[in-house]
Write a protein that binds this ligand. Structure first.
Ligand SMILES: [Mg+2]
Length: 418
């Protein structure tokens, strides 16, 4: 089997509502680039990458000369062809390599008639557990329940947050909840987090302010939640050294998806422990296979692993499911933004949560098929709406984040439609 071509299509898929985070917002849609790698046997492998537009589509097209004639089975050679560690200092192709690795694994699976997990060590679990992913959000025009008026209501106050979490728990069966914070002042977000714990005392919790707390705030927050049923505190402050200092002074485990995203950083964390849990991201790490390698190292050194979400459609979610299926040491529920989507690009989609879990696809390769009508619809929507500034908040013109932050949103001001 040889690769004969590559296609990339940027799509915008609506979210139920715009989601706030410490760096800005997801403005009511996810922009993703669908990658299709064609082989000489007529098969097409699917990949996905965050962001997009003409530049992303052109960047993938520009890799055609690297890929044409390459055998998709040769995944290690692929890594050195696209993103060897020193050339990558100049071309920063790790995320593109990830999308192509997904597509090659999909091709191999389709060629052999086996699911991706059988190529990756074999399935240990048939479904993967997920945490709810709770965001402060603007009201949206989406289809979420709980609004009573056909739209999705704002999430700002502790009561609204608890109602949102209970609604997601009822609909999808989550027993682990992750609050994305770093939006409002830390003391206010602490009140919100404790309200979640009080409303769901049997469930487990995580808090992730995307590294925008100061050392003092991070320590205060960490100490103030020690009595709760926490999985971990994720990136309370910026940097391996900041996390190491917080970790020395609090009892709650620390996690990161920001400063252990490659093997060099993992080595540092093995030698000088800063975090207890590494959130593996199939895109940030350059594919599913590097995540499995990293999980093996973590297993050896008793570092926990979970699965990170950088905002996925069904193809990327499938990579997370196959990863989750094969990791023996996946002792934490995976993260996904997925339940905030109002649609998907795969046939039969979106994937459904049952008891907080999603079944791992059993079809050949990644086990997902593109819904061409949906791809066309969402490609049109991208052309209409374009991208959005992830690091800006449409409700706060002129604002931009600092790390550590001091420019918090005002929790007393209602979030109105943007
Ligand atoms: Mg995070």
């Amino acid at each position: 089997m040889k690769i004969t071509g590559i296609r990339a299509t940027t799509v915008a898929v609506p979210l139920e509502a715009p989601l706030l985070h410490s760096n800005g917002a997801h403005w009511g849609r996810f922009v993703r680039t669908i990658v299709e790698v064609e082989a000489d046997n007529g098969l097409v492998g699917l990949g996905e990458m965050g962001g997009g537009g003409e530049s992303a589509e052109a960047a993938f097209r520009a890799l055609a000369p690297y890929l044409e004639g390459h055998d998709p089975f040769e995944l290690e050679a692929l890594r050195f062809k696209i993103a060897n560690p020193t050339a990558s200092l100049y071309n920063n192709r790790t995320q593109m390599l990830a999308a192509i690795e997904f597509a090659c694994i999909d091709l191999i699976g389709k060629h052999l008639g086996v699911p991706a997990y059988d190529l990756l060590g074999g399935r240990i679990r048939e479904s993967v557990p997920f945490a709810s992913y709770l965001f402060y959000r603007y009201p949206g025009a989406g289809t979420g329940t709980g609004s009573g008026s056909g739209g999705t209501p704002e999430v700002r106050t502790p009561d609204q947050l608890v109602a949102h979490a209970l609604d997601l728990k009822k609909r999808h069966g989550f027993t682990v909840h992750k609050l994305k914070g770093g939006v409002f002042p830390p003391a206010y977000e602490l009140e919100c987090y404790r309200a979640l714990a009080a409303a769901m005392p049997e469930d487990r919790l995580r808090y992730d302010p995307n590294a925008v707390l100061s050392m003092d705030e991070g320590l205060r927050f960490g100490k103030a939640i020690e009595d709760l049923n926490n999985d971990y505190l994720e990136d309370p402050v910026w940097g391996l050294e900041g996390l190491r200092q917080v970790r020395e002074k609090i009892d709650t485990p620390l996690a990161t998806n920001t400063v252990v995203v490659n093997f060099e950083q993992l080595a540092t964390n093995v030698l000088h422990r800063s975090v207890d849990v590494v959130l593996l991201d199939t895109t940030f790490w350059g594919g599913i296979r590097p995540c499995i390698k990293a999980a093996g190292i973590c297993d050896t050194f008793q570092i926990g692993v979970s699965v990170h979400s950088s905002g996925e459609l069904g193809i990327q979610l499938a990579t997370m499911l196959h990863l989750g299926a094969v990791l023996p040491n996946l002792t934490y529920s995976a993260d996904a933004h997925y339940h905030h989507l109002a649609g998907d690009v795969i046939e039969g989609g979106p994937f459904r949560y049952v008891d907080g879990r999603i079944q791992v696809p059993t079809g050949p390769g990644l086990g997902v098929t593109l819904d061409r009508a949906k791809v066309a619809e969402y490609a049109e929507l991208y052309k209409e709406l374009g991208g959005y500034a992830y690091d800006r908040d449409p409700g706060r013109p002129g604002w931009y984040p600092l790390v550590p932050n001091e420019r918090w949103a005002d929790p007393a001001t209602a979030l109105t439609a943007i």
